[in-house]
Design a protein around this ligand. Structure first.
Ligand SMILES: [Zn+2]
Length: 321
């Protein structure tokens, strides 16, 4: 996760604890999680050279905001960088990154702000602000497959899909409890550390880094796990229902693991607050049982995300026979 995002998170957590103002706010797999998803997807896309070329043609040229190295894997973090680049962009796009289904009263339609439809002729990149990751995946997927649209919009569609297919597989992007913003307001602490972190952040970053060193190393290890049979199962179903089905798979991982398996033990930890001295809430103490279960679940979620991202892109960009 890049520094600006972590700063935003710290401020948000402090606010969330103090005022619940950040309920509904959620971040993303950390940057490395998104890179892993993209690297897995690219592995399968590269098996279809025509699609790989179509991807590279669409992504050619600068992005705004620019990323330091605009490889396919780096571009998977573009949507977070864009969201953080100005308050206006944040307001316009931040809800698109998640669908916070309440674990105590699950209702995906409600979590997606009711039934949202794009006005005829309206481009998905232009709104509406109150929409969720499931709808945005569906909208951008349609745009990516529509060669009659401007290349600039299809590039945005690809950039958003690169990110959002990852997001919908982060379990805490598909669930919340007590309006905690997908675990952003739940402090946890590791080992003997004095400083804690949000549960959401633990799943964004720590779970990913439990799987290996670099994003390339993690992606290669995960690709080795993925069989043709798994790919077939994970990409089944009609395209129009897939994004919701993926959220509905992430949801029980959050409910039954991320939340339900939190250890009962708590202790005070420090949570930084850029507006004042650190907060010192009671923090759940992450133990090895929790960490191991989270690692196993996170691994499968990243594998599914990579396979499904590839499938969305290949289906959308494969030239007609
Ligand atoms: Zn995101």
């Amino acid at each position: 996760m890049g520094l600006p995002i972590r700063w935003a998170l710290t401020a948000c957590l402090a606010l969330a604890i103090a005022t619940s103002l950040c309920a509904g706010e959620a971040l993303a797999w950390g940057n490395d999680g998104h890179r892993v998803v993209a690297l897995i997807a690219r592995h399968y896309i590269d098996q279809d050279p025509q699609v790989a070329q179509a991807v590279d043609d669409l992504l050619a040229g600068p992005t705004d905001p620019a990323l330091p190295v605009s490889t396919f894997a780096e571009l998977a973090t573009w949507a977070d960088v864009y969201r953080a680049s100005t308050p206006k962009r944040r307001a316009a796009t931040h809800l698109w990154h998640f669908i916070d289904i309440d674990v105590q009263a699950p209702n995906a339609t409600q979590a997606c702000f009711g039934t949202v439809t794009l006005a005829p002729g309206k481009l998905a990149s232009s709104g509406p602000a109150r929409d969720c990751v499931v709808d945005k995946i569906n909208q951008f997927r349609s745009e990516l497959a529509d060669a009659s649209l401007p290349a600039s919009e299809r590039k945005l569609a690809l950039l958003y899909l690169l990110h959002f297919v990852g997001d919908v597989h982060q379990p805490l992007h598909a669930a919340e409890r007590n309006k905690d913003g997908g675990g952003n307001a739940v402090p946890v602490v590791l080992g003997a550390n004095a400083w804690g972190l949000p549960l959401h952040s633990y799943w964004d970053d720590n779970v990913v880094h439990s799987l290996g060193g670099t994003p390339d190393a993690i992606a290669n290890a995960l690709i080795a796990d993925i069989t043709p049979a798994k790919r077939k199962t994970w990409t089944s179903g009609a395209p129009a229902g897939q994004a919701l089905a993926w959220a509905n798979e992430s949801f029980p991982v959050a409910r039954d693991y991320a939340y339900a398996k939190l250890p009962s033990k708590t202790r005070t930890c420090k949570i930084s607050d850029r507006n004042g001295p650190p907060k010192t809430p009671d923090c759940f103490v992450i133990d090895t049982v929790y960490a191991n279960a989270a690692s196993i679940q996170g691994r499968v979620q990243l594998e599914k995300a990579g396979v499904r991202l590839a499938s969305v892109i290949i289906q959308s960009l494969r030239p007609p026979p």
